[in-house]
Write a protein that binds this ligand. Sequence first.
Ligand code: UT7
Length: 336
Amino acid sequence: MKKTIIKGTGRALAPRLVTNEDLAKIMDTTDEWIQQRTGIQQRYWVPEEGQMGASDLGLTASHKALEKAGWQPEEIDFIIFATLSPDIFFPGSGCLLAEKLGLTSTPALDIRQQCTGFLYGLATADSYIKSGLANKILVVGGEVHSSGLDKTTRGRDVAVLFGDGAAAVCVEGVKTDENIGVLASCLHADGRGADNLMTELPASRLPDRHPQGLPIDSERFFPSMNGPAVFKTAVRKLPQVTRETLEKAGVSLDDIDMVFPHQANLRINQAFAQFMKIDEARMFNNIQKYGNTTAASIPLALDEALEQGVVGKPGDTILFVGFGAGLTWGGVAYRF
Ligand code: UT7
């Protein structure tokens, strides 16, 4: 039977380092508030001039992942691009990335599942591989949030959280009897909570996507979040989906060498770890440096962990878990 194996990973951060102190100069916030509530110290944003979209960051990350996998772009037989901040309204960033990779007929699929996007992407890739529809798949999570944030005091509860970045993973179907690769995935969505975290406009459901008379700096054009409600739901759903994924994979939490939670808030991950009794050494967090990079956050953490050598040895078993807008949540268990 074919197993879905990670062959290479890569990451790309936007070039502009933005510290909490930098934000405190443009809105009423403090380094202390941001660190205390979220753990974030800095993030990277795209330049204020010129064009840099999710597919551009995705391209840099993809080149690195392809190099590690030893693949030429022409060998990719499917591209999956997870983003909530596509370069343009349509077509999707997957198509734009394919073009940048020099590919002219490789299928490309965009996934709009926000912080859980990479997990939806990885689970989709696993299904494509196991069903024989594709064998070498490039899964990318990429976001440019900064161009869409309200960087005034009005938007401070959201603006301080997000960073721009991308990460790519090459996965391949390999025939083996060993119990390795993607062991199990569990995905969920509950649209009843959609209003808790969303960007409403432009909205095609309205007769006029940009409602006439509404100023372009209306808060309806910016992401809005009921932070405490999202926080509470995340802390409830992450343990549930962890148990569900582990059970499906046939492994226990003790078998997990490293947990890679989505990086939305260090406090959420600490509460989750405490509740599940996962010691700090088995939790990979890097939100301090990058902020919340949404669909990129889990593969970005994986790429960093592989680079540091903290995971990746044959037999190492890891768990990805995420929660975010939709509301969506999910888990994937993987063994090297
Ligand atoms: O990745 C997608 C999923 N997203 C999440 O999981 C995020 C979940 N939510 C959170 O992480 C937290 O709710 C936040 C970090 C967004 C906010 O933390 P909080 O402890 O829930 O704060 P709060 O929203 O209850 O706001 C507390 C106070 C308010 O002031 P008052 O009303 O108490 O006077 C806010 O106006 O903090 C104020 N505030 C800020 N102050 C300084 C909100 N944002 C800021 C800010 N700087 N940036």
